[in-house]
Ligand binder design. Sequence first.
Ligand code: HEM
Length: 394
Amino acid sequence: MQLVEYFDKAAAKGEPIDCYIYYQELAMHVIAHLALGQSDAEMFNNPINKHLLAFFQQDQRQWSNVIGMISPSLSSFVKMYALMKQKVAGIWQQQQKKKGVGSLEAIDRQIELAVKERQRQREEDEKRGLEPGQPIDFIDLFLDAKSEDNSWEEGIDNFQRGAVSVSKRLTFDEIVAQCKVFLLAGFDTTAISLSYATFLLTKHPEVQLKLQAEIDKECTSTVIGPETLPRMKYLDCVVKEALRMFPLASLFSSRTCMKDTVVGDNIHLKQGMIVAADLWSLHYSKEIYGEDAEEFKPERWLSSPPTLASASVWIPFGFGPRQCIGIYVVHYSASLIFQISCMRLALVEVKLTLCHLLRKFSFVQGPKTEEKLQLFGSMTVAPKAAHIYVKARE
Ligand code: HEM
């Protein structure tokens, strides 16, 4: 794992690491592999990264386009917010825009190249009489559902979600748009979650020690296989608790009211109103989590008090049929086949990364470690920086 090498170097030099930056590179590496089939990209050397990083760091206005795809109702709200923000950040953005860095167009171009290249490869294989293999990434899955022309074609495939049934095949433009959504939705979210978990573990050495004991007991071979993670109950509690304390994609969980509704005794919602769930208040509710709701306490998930039994008290991935999407991906890795949804992909990625790092290193505080994280962003809420020091374990 390339990330371990970077941490190794930092440990040898005793230098601080802004773990958010490293996790962004890692998450990009993983999602570019799964979505775009990039198997040879290296951390800090991926052509699409500079666009994604600039996109996330500077231009929240572009989020309105992406949010339009994920949650149409929120798009105008984000646009308004971003216009205000743009006035402040204007000069830097204009300079970047001139260079095309961080624009959705630049990201599209990179994805278009990848989709066209895969189409070419598949056509070549077909001409040579090669059987199409199993899909290896999102592009393959989407191409398998592709229409020949670039228009709607009803009645061929039948996708079902809950009670809704939609029949349609994908056009080239839609394949590019889908890959973009997965790239954008799956990249920073995972990096941010890892940063919060790492920072919390740095600040709570007693939790870290307990987690390391579990990792040492369960992760005994070099490859940590899919059968290992379900056994790691404490790891699950740590990740759950980190996502409780930092529900980083709170604004994603919004809905448009479909008809006039009264909630409880006197909350009147009009048709067309946008309702956004306030996950921060929910996740810090003393009624649900108790008087210690402000504390990082993974053990609360072990004891499972009745208030935590409901599925809707912990919803960092949203709730209901539009919850963080469940697409099935077949991923080949050392002859193992995983079938995973994006939510599970994120959880597996966060957990595996923590296992690989914590069995070799301890995260410790140092002079550059922030007392408290400064957060920024709206659609996703990220730390401005999360400095830790790493110490090689004996
Ligand atoms: C820790 C990491 C992640 C968090 C916290 C997160 C959170 C969320 C949330 C809150 C929503 C809105 C759910 C709702 O409205 O109820 C969402 C939707 C979505 N997420 Fe994630 N997500 C994460 C990782 C990922 C990954 C890795 C992918 C894909 C590779 C992904 C793809 C999507 C997509 C496509 C949607 C839109 C689903 C729809 O509208 O039906 N997310 N996510």
